[in-house]
Design a binder for this molecule. Structure first.
Ligand code: GZL
Length: 344
């Protein structure tokens, strides 16, 4: 299927040309079928007709702006899909709303973009709109999160191994706390999202057979406020003495948990240990400060690989279905050594 799909685009043959100047416009588009309007920002290359016709128009459907990780990912994508690199970017952030994100993709199809890039909020519900993109012969590249739809419906994906991140976090927890009775609460990512599903699975498999007991697990939707309010509920239910460990699916929810723990008069990283995933600047600073105990990295800088995949697919080149970016992991000492040199 991939070859057939790619051969369709072999004729597309596009080359990126340098353009003189560019303009950025922000407007709203309305989905005729749902009547929903979303705001979109378009960065358009200048230059003559020929140069303009060689510009690759890409619709990028981002999840939203829910976390520090997402901001770093958006910056990376906007830098890569620039007019200097031969792109006109139509950017849409869906405020973590799966229906709004699907509507944005349908708008991109109606606008006749050359390619669509998606960071899907959740795994399910993508089959129909991806089929519509395929029928319109618009290739789709996934970045960051994955979908449950058939891989025939997208050209390629670049991102991180979320289950491996969960395993890495769980193995450290098992090594540090697995031999003593440890009561753990979990701050889950967005319900139905690939990172939430896969990190939970990886962590659970890694702590199997240890004395770490999960006493509660709820979603904080990957946001700092969400992590804080769920942690406040845990403290109200179990008391700070009833919780030994927090596993947060991302730094931002872990940072929210720190606020709740400190407000309850306890010391995060000591009275209640915290393990998170992402390794964004604020998370790494909390790790250096001793308020978080371990962070597994999730690299958000995916823009260059995503842009390269778009150009290869449109040029009819063979690409793999999946490209994984490497992750590291940090304890407090390791974080202190690298924090000043990290790019995000
Ligand atoms: C993971 C990414 C997750 C981050 C969160 O690749 O999808 O979404 O872990 C972000 O911080 O909100």
């Amino acid at each position: 299927m991939k070859k057939r799909f790619l051969s369709t685009f072999a004729l597309a043959g596009v080359a990126a040309l340098t353009m003189a100047g560019c303009t950025t416009e922000t407007g709203t588009t309305t989905d005729d079928s749902t009547g929903e309007s979303t705001e979109e920002t378009t960065t358009e290359a200048g230059g003559g007709d020929e140069a303009a016709s060689d510009v690759i128009t890409v619709g990028f459907a981002q999840t939203g702006a829910e976390s520090g990780w997402r901001s770093a990912n958006t910056e990376s994508m906007q830098a890569a899909f620039s007019e200097e690199n031969g792109f006109e970017l139509i950017f849409n952030a869906a405020d973590n709303d799966p229906a709004a994100q699907i509507s944005a993709v349908r708008n991109f199809i109606n606008q006749g973009v050359d390619a669509i890039v998606i960071a899907p909020v959740v795994e399910d519900g993508w089959d129909d709109v991806l089929q519509e993109a395929a029928s319109a012969e618009i290739p789709v590249i996934l970045e960051d999160r994955t979908v449950s739809a058939s891989e025939d419906l997208y050209s390629s994906w670049v991102g991180l191994d979320f289950e491996a991140e969960g395993v890495k976090a769980g193995e450290w927890a098992a090594e540090q706390y697995g031999d003593t009775e440890t009561k753990m609460v979990v701050l889950e990512g967005t319900t139905g999202s690939a990172p939430a599903n896969d990190r939970a699975a990886g962590f659970s498999s890694a702590i199997e057979g240890t004395m770490i007991e999960t006493i509660d697990s709820q979603t904080g939707d990957f946001t700092r406020d969400g992590g804080k309010s769920v942690m406040e509920g845990y403290i109200a239910n179990y008391g700070v003495d009833g919780i030994d460990l927090v596993f947060a699916h991302n730094d931002d929810m872990g940072l929210g948990a720190i606020e709740a723990i400190e407000a309850a008069g306890a010391v995060p990283g000591e009275d209640i240990k915290i393990i998170t995933i992402d390794a964004v600047k604020d998370g790494m600073q909390a790790l250096v400060d001793g308020k978080i105990n371990y962070i597994v990295e999730c690299n958000p800088l995916l823009g260059d690989q995503a842009a390269d995949l778009v150009k290869k697919v449109l040029a009819g080149e063979e690409v793999d279905k999946a490209y994984y970016v490497e992750d590291q992991a940090f304890d407090q000492a390791a974080a202190a050594e690298v924090i000043d040199s990290r790019p995000y």
